[in-house]
Design a protein around this ligand. Structure first.
Ligand code: NAD
Length: 442
């Protein structure tokens, strides 16, 4: 393919050099003419392992550099935007991305044929469809999705290993406003066959990049919060603590999909419960308070968890102006499948809130009914003997615990008139299996 890349920083240049090495013809554009001249001599403007080898092999052949954005866009099939997106102290600074979008749009006005514009810079969710796309339409006088495609393809490379990481990606995220755009991105990345791919919309692609970095940042601050508490308490070595944490099978094993089991904890839902996580996190926060070490991250963890059950109620309220008299089956009362332990189960705050809002609640769990009734005596009047009876004559279902026993729900709820509102508080079901589906985090 003929590719133009706007911005020859770490991301733009490494992307350009690697795509050229893989056989695409790449034109790298920058406003910095000294940088452009150096690139055309095969010299990298910054040190990055293996980059100069790629430049010496491809510069002047598959890879050229220019300050002429107009010509580069005109002569290419797709344009990647890889300019900087600094944080200005208040918000993300999108000036360079928007300037590039306006310039590209002006070229598209004169360019016949379909072209795809791809944001490769890290941009906050919503930027591509709310800012880049309108800027391109305004400058080109053309229609996105008809005359040109708009994509978002975040980059995950880290400086120092950028070339190796680009050449052997752990994942390729292809975000697009439509299938046609994504097909062009597929073609661009065809030489990287074998790397796991995610095909999605532009906002989800943008969020994947930020979620990945935010998680890494959270892990570092988590380790530091634990280390600081250890220092305050005395006699605790943070290196040994984290070594003990690292050796958990959650990090060292692999699931059938080849992922560390810790990934099971990176799933949105109605919150954690159980006999350990809530009590241990709360105890550590209290212990830190006593030692004068505030556990701000863990306090936020508890607050976020306490707020999750309300998200379930919010999903129901999207469908019913009032929940007064609405017949709702709450399925799953144990804090996770495979146990009758109901301690701190999010089912309780959900049921209490539904009852207080006047809903007619039915509750069912394949093994935890007795345990649940001890915690919530009102369940006596709400409990059902079977899944079938729980879902008979109802307006809505909330699945709190994703028991295997609930696999038949799509069939049990099919052809109801009116459709039963299905709230999947664990994202355990395929949304397409229900006429009216709501899930946490969509
Ligand atoms: P950078 O600052 O190193 O490079 C940006 C380049 O864009 C500069 O050379 C600048 O002259 C050029 N430029 C700016 N406006 C231009 C325009 N209108 N036309 C042509 N050239 C223009 O930036 P970077 O580190 O490569 O980062 C680019 C984006 O990728 C950012 O959004 C960043 O967050 C993201 N990212 C960076 C890394 C990293 O490790 N550096 C990793 C992943 C993602």
């Amino acid at each position: 393919m003929e590719i133009s890349i706007i911005g020859t920083g770490y991301v733009g240049l490494v992307t350009g050099a690697c795509l050229a090495e893989k056989g695409h013809r790449v034109s790298c554009v920058d406003i910095d003419s000294r940088r452009v001249d150096a690139l055309n001599r095969g010299q990298a403007p910054f040190f990055e392992a293996e980059l100069e080898d790629l430049l010496s092999r491809n510069a002047g052949r598959n890879l050229t550099a220019t300050t002429d954005l107009h010509a580069a866009v005109l002569e290419s099939d797709a344009t990647l935007i890889a300019v900087g997106t600094p944080f200005d102290g208040q918000r993300i600074d999108l000036r360079a991305v928007l300037a590039a979008s306006n310039q590209i749009g002006a070229v598209l006005r004169q360019k016949p044929g379909y072209h795809v514009v791809v944001v490769k810079s890290s941009v906050v969710p919503g930027t591509t469809d709310q800012h880049v796309l309108p800027a391109l339409e305004a400058a080109s006088g053309k229609k996105a999705g008809v005359d040109f495609g708009v994509g978002m393809n975040p980059e995950f490379l880290s400086e120092g290993e950028a070339v190796q990481e680009f050449m052997h990606p752990d994942r390729i995220v292809l975000g697009g406003i439509d299938e046609r755009t994504i097909e062009v991105l597929e073609k661009l990345y065809r030489p990287f066959d074998g790397a796991p791919r995610i095909r999605t919309n532009t906002r989800t692609a943008e969020m994947i990049k930020y979620a990945s970095n935010a998680l890494l940042a959270s892990l570092i601050s988590f380790a530091n919060e634990i280390a600081n508490l250890g220092s305050a308490l005395g006699g605790i070595d943070a290196v040994e603590v984290m070594r003990g944490v690292h050796l958990s099978q959650y990090f060292t094993n692999r699931t059938s999909e080849g992922l560390p089991p810790a990934t099971a904890f990176l799933k949105a839902g109605c919150g954690f419960g159980g006999s350990c996580l809530p009590k241990d996190v709360n105890a550590l926060i209290a212990h830190g308070r006593q030692a004068g070490a505030s556990m701000r991250l863990l306090e936020a963890v508890i607050r976020t968890n306490d707020d999750q059950p309300a998200k379930v109620i919010g999903l129901l309220k999207k469908h019913f102006a009032s929940l007064d008299g609405v017949r709702i089956a709450v399925l799953g009362l144990s804090f996770k499948p495979g146990t009758s332990d109901v301690r701190e189960s999010p089912a309780f705050p959900i049921i209490r809130e539904l009852v207080s809002l006047g809903a007619t609640v039915k509750a069912y769990d394949p093994v935890a009914m007795e345990e649940a009734q001890k915690v919530l005596p009102e369940l006596k009047g709400l409990r059902c003997a079977s899944l079938d009876s729980a879902v008979a004559e109802i307006d809505a279902v909330v699945v709190v615990t994703p028991w295997k026993h609930f696999h038949d729900l799509p069939a049990l709820l099919r052809n109801r008139n009116p459709a039963v509102v299905f709230v999947d508080a664990r994202r355990a079901f395929d949304p397409r299996s229900f006429a009216s589906y709501e899930g946490i985090g969509m």
